[in-house]
Design a protein around this ligand. Sequence first.
Ligand code: NAI
Length: 251
Amino acid sequence: SVAPKSWDRPLEGKVAVVTGAARGIGATIAEVFARDGATVICADIPAAGEALSQTANKVGGTSLALDVTAPDAGETLSNFVKERHGGLDIIVHNAGITRDKTLANMDEGRWDSVINVNLASPQRITEALVESGALREGGRVIDVSSIAGIAGNRGQTNYGTSKAGVIGLVHAEAPVLAKKGITINAVAPGFIETAMTAAIPFVTREGGRRMSSLLQGGQTVDVAETIAFFASPASNAVTGQIVRVCGQSLI
Ligand code: NAI
């Protein structure tokens, strides 16, 4: 049967965690989730400080200083949501970093840190949330890949590899999580205008901009609204999917 549609607040009663929520895409995801009725926990590294509190205040949510690479990050998050809210419905693994270098100039530190933040941490945290029972039945896991993980981008070997790994993770975890009634999907944004893309080297940045068939550069809200679909009841039967945001890659 077709349930009535709650256009205004499709996430009413849901508890959501957004990592990397202090600024950029993560801050906008928090805003869109709050608009849609969710209780939002904004997580970011301790150094994010004031920016994180500002996002949390803006969305009427809670802030949580959490480095996703900390070995106990999953346990900390599980305990936090259980104590405060009895559990969690939506986790968005948005925290991400770039440490760009061409492959010839890549060093181990840059490689490891990017793989750790962008790929290993989402997996570890999802596992902890599921194992601890913090992520409730009907829960949603939403990962953030990138067009660089599909098409590659010059100078982003470590980043592109980590984001391609996220796609593999979504495909691998979907059937496992489905047994618990949890969906997992990812967005693969094209070039989005944020502090992250403003900071990357010129050639890499312009390469990214040219990957979009739709726009010069997308906005954070474009990504956040697609993520909101994955979080909403409208996507109940959607899992294991990667949706490109900002056009089809031209490369
Ligand atoms: P941003 O650099 O503006 O924001 C990233 C946030 O993640 C920051 O607040 C940062 O403090 C936080 N963060 C970094 N390491 C962390 C850690 N260890 N633990 C917790 N938080 C951490 O980046 P932006 O552009 O908003 O990107 C958000 C996500 O979207 C990232 O995963 C990025 O890779 C992805 N993405 C961005 C695109 C773009 O064009 N801006 C394109 C495709 C994907």
